[in-house]
Design a protein around this ligand. Structure first.
Ligand SMILES: [Zn+2]
Length: 230
């Protein structure tokens, strides 16, 4: 019984931390966001909504600079102020921004956003809990193993999630008559942006698989759809 107690404690601690970080993230997003109201984007968003057979798609602006899109655990979709600015500057088209929104919708629809919370801010709690348990079994090495296992697990989870969300977005954009091209061009643009300003890697790219791999996966989808349609 005494041996199980610390493990139980660690699990409870991880759960509590998870709840807390979900709550904190929600609060942070509430305080630092406004609803996106852009006449130029409304038309594109209406097309996406029609393709999904929903009245409308609500998008929020998250007031931070790094170029990023995110899906909150409660299902809300956010585009950062930095990303929106790129659209306003003409660096990113409305269709390209819509491709990010479609990607985030994919995370919500496929149930990734809750799971991604572990990735987003709860990961340290899981790591700490695992380190505590493993540290008792293998002193010294336990913490190291816990770190490695958590990182590996998170990377695997997010990798497959990204490809799934891309595929969802590709299908949605195709149905909406926008097509997959903006998705691919945005990847290349963000990649070029990374090259131009070393050290200023957009957060959205950093947390995602390699650009070439994502474009290749989209092209494979396109080919498959072409052949099944023809
Ligand atoms: Zn994603």
């Amino acid at each position: 019984m005494l041996k199980i107690a610390p493990i139980l404690f660690a699990i409870l601690y991880a759960l509590a931390m998870y709840r807390f970080s979900a709550w904190r993230t929600g609060k942070e997003l509430d305080q630092k966001s406004t609803e996106l109201a852009d006449p130029g984007l409304r038309e594109i968003l209406t097309r996406l909504a029609r393709a999904l057979d929903v009245p409308r798609i609500k998008v929020h602006i998250y007031e931070i600079d790094p170029v990023n899109g995110l899906a909150a655990p409660d299902g809300r979709i956010f585009i950062t102020r930095g990303f929106y600015r790129k659209y306003r500057n003409g660096e990113v088209t409305g269709e390209e921004l819509a491709s990010v929104i479609a990607h985030e919708l994919g995370h919500v629809a496929l149930g990734h956003s809750r799971r991604r919370m572990i990735d987003f801010s709860g990961q340290n709690a899981i790591r700490a809990a695992l380190a505590m348990v493993l540290g008792r079994i293998i002193p010294g090495l336990g913490v190291w193993i816990a770190n490695a296992v958590t990182s590996l697990l998170a990377a695997r989870l997010s990798r497959s999630d990204e490809f799934e969300a891309d595929a969802y977005a590709a299908a949605l954009l195709t149905k909406a008559g926008i097509g997959v091209a903006p998705q691919k061009s945005l990847f290349s643009k963000l990649e070029a942006l990374t090259g131009a300003r070393a050290g200023a890697v957009p957060a959205w790219l950093m947390s995602h698989p390699k650009t070439e791999e994502r474009i290749a996966a989209l092209e494979a989808l396109e080919t498959r759809w072409e052949t099944t349609r023809g």
